[in-house]
Design a protein. Sequence first.
Length: 402
Amino acid sequence: MLVGFVALAPILLLSGCGRATPTPTPTSSITFACLDDDLGYYEDMAQTFEASHPGLTIQVVPRRSTALAGIAAGEADAFVVSLPLGPLLSRGALLGLNSLLASTNPPLQADLYPFARDALTRDGQMWALPVGVDPVLMFYNKSLFAARGIPLPSGDWTWDDFVRTAQELRDRQAGVYGYAAALWRQEPWLFILQHGGRMFDDWQHPSRLALDDPQTAEAMEWYASLIFRLDVAPSPQEARQAFGNQQGAYSGILAGKVAMWAGYLSSRTLQETGASFQWGATTLPRDQHALTLANVEAVGISPQTRHLQETWAWVTFLSTQVPSRLAPARRSVAMSPAFEQKVGAEVAGAARKAMEQAWVVPQEPAALYRQLESAWAQALDDILNARWSPTEALRQAQQRVK
């Protein structure tokens, strides 16, 4: 019996080897925090990324905007970053990316729009990778242009062209305005900056407010003339009276009573979902400078991540896949047919040109920026309600902050 058992043992061992379960592939999991509203988009992106990265899972964690801005180091491997960077840097929540960027081939930094790259850089170190850009465009109601037989605005127009077009579109009998002014508080800054004006003594290294800058006053005198002298844009009070509710000019846009308005690329959903007219988009008219404002959305990495290379692969993947509400921060992606298919050829063309002219308003130091917001809000209210001339309103605002 012993001999038989010994003879059988090799057979049992061999047959056992044939049925052995393969060693499981090691798995890694990284967490990614994003805004609640973007959860569906990033879950889809995670699924796509995981399909080409076996053994890696992306756990997408939604956060409210305040919670995301206040995220702590180690709370997530990677997370969506919005400006300002100061609070995140002070908590040590961001990993510097220069060494990772240097390892890419071709160089990833060279593919980024410079204004987006610079917005996320402090003291020579990039702290988050810009993935999406929200530039301000000039939108227009194509139906109103067609009804008046007026050529659509080109991407190379000037302030004079803009004023002439707004005057031609103004129809007092039909209650149609050429332009919607002051849709949001910083909208006049577009024209101040184009005219060479400033709000700080030095935008890059501000130490005090400069609301009484002569070029700023000139730009605001011109801006106020659109409402009070040329009558091509309604004042806030006129907009509420004409369009019937607290949304004012926004309601006028949707009702087809406003021909042109400046807005962020992401705001195009307003007319996509609520308007019954054909609309288009182009770049802003230019003055001394061709310039527009933009917001930048980025992704940062926690210095406490235990899966740095996997997290970096995920972050760079996201820079090639941008939410439809934004434009890509990478030039190669912005120029791709995929972006054009997503937003349409006209909007893509306007966004591409706008990003060559875009600038991001510095929001630091925070105390000085809050002072600007408060002073500007009062000055703009005085101007729009004709309490003071723009020059006097700005002078008084500057006096109040001294």
